[in-house]
Ligand binder design. Structure first.
Ligand SMILES: [Zn+2]
Length: 297
């Protein structure tokens, strides 16, 4: 089993090269998606010479885009057509499955990371077919990852939406431990959009024009009505649902009482370490922030 430390050290670039030229390797890796679900065969991404080997026809493929080199092989992001019959495929191809990336993480983190890039490239291909400025059909640049308009020259790159997630830590002077020291607590909230209504950390997208620190202060103020200080960067994580970058932060409680709108946020409260509910998966930076709180505060 991997330790958390080893897990944190995994990089998308361990075995993947983003800017290599296509080599026409005999076998190729294909990250194949039907909608947003990734095809795995024997829990792996297919490494094949021909689509026939895995029972996929040329007419099943809507997009096939070179995305770089993976384990020294050419690597492609593939989107299957809307009418591709997933259920029938799973029945006919042994040990095949289509999985949401969220669940791929628990099988193999590296597949999740490169798969997260692959699905974002497919989204970008689909969402930038026409120039956002003049409406002409765009083409893909040969020199960089960009869509270029032949009419007005407008260039668009893959779009990533940064979001912050923060643990807010408070020394609770109204709740002392056996030695008379204030107990460290972390603020967690229940968001109405989480269908499971779990307690989680405060998070939200950055607004145009603000810094990470300003986004943390604004989101915290908007969601739970308190002020925070000493905002520190903790780490980041690509979050391809659909195209975010999660920026993890740690900050300290400064002032104010918890106040929630009961619309976006249903409830919020300060948790002692032992009362924090177990995260449902190790996938997110959320679970790393919680682990950090438990170990270091
Ligand atoms: Zn244009």
């Amino acid at each position: 089993m991997k330790t958390q430390h080893e897990k944190e050290s995994i990089s998308i670039y361990d075995n993947y090269k983003i800017d290599s030229e296509i080599k026409n390797t005999d076998e190729k890796y294909y990250f194949i998606f039907k909608e947003r679900e990734l095809l795995l065969i024997n829990n792996q991404v297919p490494l094949i010479k021909d689509f026939k080997e895995i029972n996929i026809r040329k007419t099943d493929i809507k997009n096939c885009i070179y995305i770089g080199e993976y384990y020294s092989k050419d690597c492609f992001a593939v989107e299957l057509c809307e009418d591709f019959d997933k259920e029938n495929y799973i029945e006919s191809v042994k040990d095949s499955t289509f999985l949401e990336l969220y669940f791929v993480f628990d099988i193999d983190e590296e597949t999740y990371l490169v798969g997260g890039r692959a699905i974002q490239i497919i989204d970008w291909e689909n969402n930038h077919q026409y120039c956002g400025r003049c409406g002409a059909k765009t083409f893909t640049s040969d020199v960089e990852n960009a869509k270029v308009c032949p009419n007005c020259g407008f260039t668009s790159f893959t779009r990533i939406c940064p979001a912050i997630i923060t643990s807010i830590i408070k020394k609770d002077y109204d709740d002392l431990d056996q030695e008379g020291k204030p107990i460290n607590k972390v603020l967690m909230a229940k968001h109405s959009y989480h269908n499971t209504h779990r307690y989680t950390l405060i998070a939200g997208f950055l607004e145009a024009g603000e810094s990470i620190e300003e986004a943390v202060q604004r989101e915290v103020r908007e969601e739970v009505g308190i002020e925070v200080e000493d905002i520190e960067y903790f780490g980041s994580q690509s979050w391809p649902f659909p195209n975010s970058l999660m920026i993890g932060c740690i900050c300290k409680y400064k002032s104010g009482e918890i106040k929630v709108d009961e619309n976006e946020i249903l409830k919020a409260k300060w948790f002692k370490k032992e009362d924090i509910p177990k995260p449902p998966s190790e996938i997110s930076i959320f679970s790393r922030l919680i682990k950090n709180f438990k170990e270091n505060y």
